[in-house]
Write a protein that binds this ligand. Structure first.
Ligand code: G4P
Length: 529
């Protein structure tokens, strides 16, 4: 179907790149923007990153560590399709941010370094995608360098992640022997310009893969093993099945080099042709179809504004249905009231004709002063909540130490603000002791402490907490839960949503407590709705 005759929701490709640091996410992002015409020159994303870092010197830590804490949205168009690429922080300590961003996408590109195979962060993020059956395209990067054998890589990915793979492109040699990437569907070889710079440019159309062996530029010692392995794989691996891809079971594999532009166009073409448009989203009441006329969406990220003097926040909202227009009023389900959406931020490519409306799959930024929290739902009046924006049990717990008791109230407010923004989790012991902060990584807590000092003038210290683990507790029997809280008062706290949490000294204590209280559920993941 021509893109123009499809619903706007069907022409959206909202996706994220998941990878282990250094696999090439930044380089691929940059090349996608370049191929999509959103930027003119490679180096832009990095330069922009540095700009942002210099600009955001309110966050000392961001600058001194040279990392970007913020995620943002990049939009570009190709062949009538609007791509919304949601950026995610690379550092593992901010993976919570990444998990939430993944709740807002319809597809993911998994970048794997050909020399390293699956790495820890790839696996973690893949598991999050799997929980939601997000369709995944696998991009095996850096094939212009020496890497692992392609067969070994495919085997590691498919058995390591229990994921079916199907071939999209194939490397002809790697490292110094790299002679190009074979585009299996179109039967053409994309060659490095150092090897071929004739009238065809770098692309050679071929009758079939076997014809590679006849090319003078590809020595037989390179062509033969590459073609043999390709035959083996084509025999062994399943054929492409669109539905299976959309259901998250089958991942097409693109061998490429983001740095040298191989596989980038093929990745975009794949997403244009087969990538999902905006998908239906589950709520606690019913599924919302992207074609429904009423506007709905949810907040998946809240980012503090750069301006230190105004404690503004920008809430990033993923639209799930309807046609959003600037100036609209929407129903804030948690607050149970209408709110005016003033000065929304649209992240559109310049070529978009009307830059004041957005469609399912698009992301809008809503400036606010704390009204919108991660997980909040906006609708045109219906009282429902989108689900699937989880909180994960923290892996690091610290006790807050603060000497200025006169400012205790201020500190409590500031901590609540930060928790609502999702910087870290806060657990307030029911016995009234100082709050315990929780995070996935320690860097998250350093950011929090640094911001409390700089933005609020509240210098805190963080001390090792007498707990290692936190589990949300629930029970089908309210009396049993009450008894549990009474019996464990010194180890029970409330999180920012007043959900009861058991703080365990260590894994052994947790297990023992679980055995002692079979009527209580101890949850490592909590959904607000
Ligand atoms: P990340 O965002 O996933 O952390 O990775 P990034 O893109 O920053 O890439 C990490 C390193 O790998 C960079 O080198 C980058 O140039 C290199 N790289 C990315 N894709 C390819 C590829 O296809 N082939 C080759 N050979 N290298 C690739 P660096 O030296 O760390 O940084 P820089 O000095 O190049 O900026």
């Amino acid at each position: 179907m021509a893109a123009e005759t499809r619903s706007p929701a069907a022409t959206r490709r909202t996706f994220a790149i998941i990878s282990h640091p250094d696999a090439g996410k930044t380089t691929l992002t940059e090349k996608l923007l370049l191929f999509g015409g959103a930027i003119q020159m490679a180096g832009h994303v990095r330069a922009r990153g540095q700009n942002r870092r210099t600009r955001s010197d309110w966050l000392e830590i961001e600058r001194s560590r040279g990392i970007s804490v913020s995620s943002s949205v990049m939009t570009f168009e190709r062949n009538g399709i609007t791509f919304n690429l949601l950026d995610t922080p690379g550092h593992a300590d901010f993976s919570e941010d990444t998990y939430r961003t993944l709740s807002a996408v319809d597809a993911a590109v998994m970048v794997i370094d050909a020399a390293k195979g699956i790495e820890s962060q790839t696996r973690k993020l893949f598991e999050v995608c799997r929980l939601r059956d997000i369709p995944i395209v696998t991009f095996i990067n850096k094939i212009d360098r020496e890497g692992l054998d392609p067969l070994a890589l495919l085997d590691e990915i498919s058995s390591g992640l229990a994921l079916d793979l199907t071939l999209w492109t194939w490397p002809i040699g790697m490292g110094v022997d790299f002679r190009g990437v074979y585009d299996i569907r179109r039967s053409r070889l994309l060659m490095p310009k150092e090897i071929r710079t004739d009238a065809f440019g770098r692309t050679v159309e071929l009758a079939d893969a076997g014809a590679i062996a006849d090319l003078p530029e590809v020595e037989s010692r390179i062509a033969e093993p590459a073609l043999e392995m390709l035959d083996l794989c084509l025999d062994d691996l399943p054929k492409f099945d669109h539905l299976s891809f959309l259901e998250g079971h089958l991942s097409p594999v693109i061998f490429g080099s983001a740095l040298k532009d191989f596989g980038v166009g093929e990745l975009l073409d794949f997403l244009v042709q087969y990538g999902p448009g905006a998908l239906p989203r589950a709520t606690n009441v019913r599924n919302i179809e992207p074609t429904e006329p009423a506007v709905s969406g949810f907040v998946f990220k809240v980012q503090a504004n750069m301006d230190r003097n105004h404690r503004d926040r920008v809430a990033f909202v993923r639209l799930c249905s309807g046609r959003f227009k600037a100036g609209m009023k929407l129903y804030h389900v948690r607050e149970k009231r209408q709110v005016a959406i003033n000065a929304p931020i649209f992240f559109f490519a310049q070529q978009r004709e009307s830059a004041d409306e957005a469609f399912p799959g698009d992301i809008i930024g809503i400036p606010n002063h704390g009204l919108l929290r991660v997980g909040d739902t906006l609708t045109e009046g219906e009282a429902l909540n989108f689900v699937g924006i989880p909180n994960f049990a923290p892996e690091v717990l610290r006790r807050v130490i603060f000497s200025d008791s006169l400012k205790a109230k201020q500190l409590n407010r500031a901590l609540s603000d930060m928790a609502e923004e999702g910087v870290a989790q806060i657990f307030r012991p029911v016995n009234g002791a100082w709050p315990i902060l929780g995070a996935v990584g320690t860097l998250q807590l350093e950011v929090l402490a640094s911001r409390l000092d700089q933005e609020y003038g509240l210098p805190i210290k963080l001390e090792t907490a007498p707990y290692e683990l936190a589990r949300w507790v629930a029970s089908d029997h309210p009396d049993e839960l009450k008894r549990f809280v009474e019996a464990n008062r010194s180890n029970v706290a409330e999180d920012k949503d007043e959900a009861l949490t058991f703080l365990a000294k260590n894994a052994w204590t947790l297990n023992r407590t679980m055995e002692e209280w079979p009527g209580i559920r101890f949850l490592a993941v909590r959904e607000r709705y």
